[in-house]
Design a protein around this ligand. Structure first.
Ligand code: ADP
Ligand code: ASP
Ligand code: MG
Length: 848
């Protein structure tokens, strides 16, 4: 068994894995070739403090590791919960106590130390077995002793050693727990391998760090590495800044050429604004690297500012994927950060930072501006007006730097709010909208960032939650990426696609719709970055790949759009059986396919309920009467409070043509063969003559009108005599003349009464008799509304409470390429209009 194939699920059951010391060849730090990469695709999983806050959270993490990790993967951890905050608080309190020479705070210091120790003790005792508890408590008490010692000594010197305890404790605990319950594991203190130049620039000594890491990792053990901390070339402890474990994870990923990094946190992805305070924030499924980098730079807590740096190396062919996922809901697909096309590039988000300073000085103009910028990497800077925005922590060093230049500086408290997205600073419309949305906040200035991925407003006051919500609403209210999948590349499918480019150009409701999938019964073309609508059929012919249902469902499950619409233009019952899964994924369906809407009562009700529960929309106007608005009319009456008592008409274009044309001068069978030759009938005309199609249509309409009935409740007259029913198509066509006698005598009987014959669908309901429904050949007076149609036309007649004496009639072409494709487009526009009004609220386990 190769190491990368060892699954932790298995190890747990079969713990006796051979162990040996790591060999040089076990891990590689070279940039791997394609093949090597496939073999060694190491995954780095980073768990943030929120994911490790309590014993319960840590148990969840254990399960995530069990399900997702292999032994040569790497786990990077933050300190448990808010441990780093507590260590900071302790350090700062001691520093103040010394500065202010206070003695009375020593009690407070002792209390803080005790609280820290107690919190760790609780995690240890809650999670570990007796033996490990004993060992870890012993090591903890030694650390607490050391901590107290450092606090009483040179705390400037030991600041970082003090802050490092959080990650050290967290890694030690998780590793011990993995050893007990999941797989062999060792914890590694990143200060034993990770070397940076200094805390300000954090440039990694890659060669040295990679070599040392290789020595630390042990074959057959899952490494749990401390995030956040490292050392400098002189061996002093350093930190990578608040939230720095994200950066640790990507540095380590680049040292081992990992294939993937997942940042497990308490939110299931990166949202268009902080979901704790903006309930309408949208999840950004795919974020281009540059935009994610800018979000981190502007203080988004999910991504430390430098997180992306180790992953975007233009010289390296190696590409590491970065994902953000929730440890509270690991099955939910999170955000992927990487290189994407046009659709992902349209995403917009809004982020803010309070407690900043606007620093103004002549040194921030002209040549010295560049030096100041290089030295302090301000959040934003205007070298014409001579100001930059920095954090409060930078104030001291900036003042010192300027003092050495002998220039004056003024500081003013400010905050920033920014809209972030691919090249937004180049987009006049976005800048104008952002400006409008900020009117009441009276920004001091609004400027684009150097990389053009953000527009930043500097505010004189704190950015309030109300302002954040209203700016976010303005910037994102009509952003919603809707993916469109067209299933069925036949006659109507082709026409639907031909009409699509013009529809996208002219219909406003389709603004955010992207064609992303084309399916036939065996082939699929899926492109998450969108398929060029002008060449859809050609691209499908050239590029479609074989597909199976499992692959399709897996893509549907992970699709990166806010909404996905599948248009089913197939005649396939099998495809209709996927609707339930689609609805349970929240996918919307437009069906021209009659199978699902006319399936058994149980199956149909189940579909309707599943769609309802998951807010999936299901439209199928073209299942009956092609583009004629019959389904809409029925639904409208029903929703308006009317009650329908009768539905009748001629529902089959083929049967309409046959009986409108059949006048006895030509034999019925000749007419039938003629219709077949013109494509008016199905390839086997018995499908039309059987009445099954009409029966299904009547069922669909009766259900739309609110009645619960099944296909068996509708009597169906099969116009094919029994003797011809089970023949092959060929034999049936050869013996079609056997139909003639029946139709000729039916027609002459009718004619003798001044009447005609028509294949009619009838549904009736009254309280006394209940439902009667049938589809059959009827004799109708020549004056009947159903008697004088243009051949091929359909007619639908509705009687209701409101339409009693004079029924409502809808009449027109009930089949055909253009009208059916048009009807599907009408459904598409309707769904998109409804989706535009759909309000969604963030509901995330862990933070809500
Ligand atoms: P961890 O403990 O895993 O390191 P953090 O607390 O550092 O996690 O970051 C996650 C938090 O970031 C979430 O709880 C979320 O509220 C907040 N946050 C702020 N802005 C965003 C955003 N745009 N998208 C997602 N989360 C955000
Ligand atoms: N524990 C550190 C902090 O709280 C680092 C991290 O969580 O990423 O900032
Ligand atoms: Mg964090």
């Amino acid at each position: 068994m190769t190491q990368e194939n060892i699954n932790l699920n298995k190890i747990n059951k079969d713990k006796a894995e051979p162990r040996r010391e790591i060999a040089e060849s076990d891990f590689t730090t070279d940039v791997p070739s394609e093949n090597k990469l496939a073999k060694h695709a190491i995954q780095v999983h980073k768990f943030g403090g929120s994911s490790l806050a309590t014993a319960e959270c840590i148990k969840r993490v254990l399960e995530i590791i069990r399900a997702n990790c292999q032994l040569n993967d790497i786990v990077v951890v933050s300190a448990n919960g808010k441990t780093t905050d507590s260590l900071f608080a302790l350090h700062d309190l001691v520093e103040r106590t010394i500065a202010e020479q206070k003695i009375q705070t020593s009690d407070e210091i002792t209390q803080l130390i005790t609280a820290l120790a107690k919190a760790q003790e609780k995690l240890i005792t809650d999670l570990l077995n007796a033996n490990n508890t004993k060992q870890l408590l012993l090591r903890l008490s030694k650390d607490i002793e050391q901590l107290s010692h450092w606090l009483a000594g040179d705390i400037v010197k030991y600041r970082n050693d003090i802050l490092a305890f959080g990650e050290v404790w967290s890694a030690r605990l998780l590793s011990a727990l993995l050893n007990e319950q999941v797989c062999p594991s060792n914890s590694i203190d990143s200060r034993d391998f990770l070397v940076i130049d200094n805390e300000q620039s954090c440039v990694v000594d890659t060669a040295k760090s990679a070599a040392q890491l290789r020595q630390r990792r042990q074959f057959g053990k899952l490494a749990v590495i401390t995030g956040y901390i490292s050392k400098d070339s002189r061996g002093n402890s350093c930190t990578l800044g608040r939230n720095g474990s994200d950066y640790s994870a990507t540095i380590i990923a680049s040292l081992v050429a990992a294939g993937n990094v997942t940042l497990w946190t308490d939110v299931d992805g990166i949202y268009s604004a902080d979901p704790r305070v903006v309930p309408n924030a949208r999840k950004l499924h795919r974020l281009p690297n540059g935009v994610a980098k800018e979000l981190g730079r502007l203080g988004n807590p999910v991504l430390h500012a430098k997180t992306l740096l180790p992953l975007i190396n233009p010289l390296s062919e190696h590409h590491t994927h970065l994902h953000v996922a929730s440890s509270f809901d690991p099955k939910v697909i999170g955000t992927e950060i990487g290189k994407f096309g046009q659709i992902a590039k349209q995403e917009l988000s809004v982020t803010y930072l309070n407690d900043l300073l606007l620093a103004q000085s002549v040194s921030f103009t002209g040549k010295t501006a560049e030096r100041a910028k290089a030295e302090f990497s301000p959040l934003c800077m205007d070298n014409q007006k001579g100001f930059m925005v920095i954090t409060q922590e930078q104030q001291k060093s900036l003042s010192q730097w300027l003092a050495s230049h002998d220039v004056e500086i003024t500081f003013k408290p400010v905050s920033i709010i920014a809209t972030v997205g691919h090249r937004v600073a180049e987009r006049g419309d976005i800048k104008a909208r952002f400006k409008r949305s900020l009117k009441t906040a009276k920004p001091i200035d609004i400027l684009g960032s150097d990389n053009d991925h953000s527009v930043i407003a500097i505010l004189p006051e704190t950015c309030s939650i109300e302002l954040l919500n209203s700016v976010h609403h303005e910037m994102t209210k009509d952003v919603r990426h809707i993916g469109l999948v067209v299933a069925g590349m036949g006659n109507i499918g082709e026409r639907f696609l031909e009409l699509l480019p013009a529809q996208l150009n002219k219909v406003y409701a389709l603004e955010n719709l992207h064609l992303v999938g084309l399916l036939s019964s065996k082939k699929a073309l899926i492109n998450n970055d969108g398929i060029d609508v002008a060449q859809a059929s050609k691209l499908f012919a050239q590029e479609a790949q074989n597909y199976d249902t499992e692959q399709l469902i897996s893509w549907l499950t992970q699709n990166p759009y806010d909404e996905l619409i599948v248009v089913d233009i197939t005649p396939s019952e099998d495809f209709s059986l996927l609707y339930e899964q689609m609805f349970s994924l929240g996918i919307h369906v437009i069906g021209a396919n009659k199978w699902a809407a006319s399936s058994s009562t149980k199956h149909f009700n189940n579909l309707v309920n599943t769609a309802d529960k998951n807010n999936s929309l299901w439209l199928g106007n073209t299942t009956v009467g092609a583009g004629l608005p019959i389904n809409y009319a029925i639904e409208d009456l029903r929703q308006s409070g009317d009650s329908i008592s009768e539905l009748s008409g001629i529902f089959s274009g083929t049967l309409s043509w046959l009986f409108e044309t059949y006048d006895g001068t030509t034999k019925f069978s000749e007419l039938l063969l003629n219709a077949l030759a013109q494509g008016i009938t199905e390839p086997d005309p018995r499908e039309d003559l059987s009445g099954r199609d009409v029966q299904r249509k009547l069922l669909i309409l009766a259900r739309k009108a609110g009645f619960e009935l099944a296909l068996e409740d509708i009597d169906c007259q099969n116009l094919v005599p029994e003797a011809l029913q089970s023949l092959s198509t060929h034999d049936f066509l050869a013996r079609a003349n056997e139909l003639d006698e029946y139709f000729s005598s039916a027609l002459s009987d009718a004619k003798s009464k001044g009447a005609c014959i028509r294949y009619v669908a009838r549904f009736q309901y009254d309280d006394a008799t209940g439902v009667t429904a049938k589809v059959s050949l009827e004799v109708l007076p020549q004056t009947d509304a159903f008697a004088n149609l243009t051949p091929c036309d359909n007619i639908f007649q509705i009687s209701s409470h409101w339409y009693q004496d004079n029924p409502l009639i809808i009449r027109g072409p009930g089949a055909g390429r253009d009208v059916t494709a048009g009807g599907l487009h009408s459904d598409l526009v309707k769904i998109c209009q409804q989706l535009a009004h759909k309000q969604h609220q963030v509901r995330i386990k862990g933070i809500n």
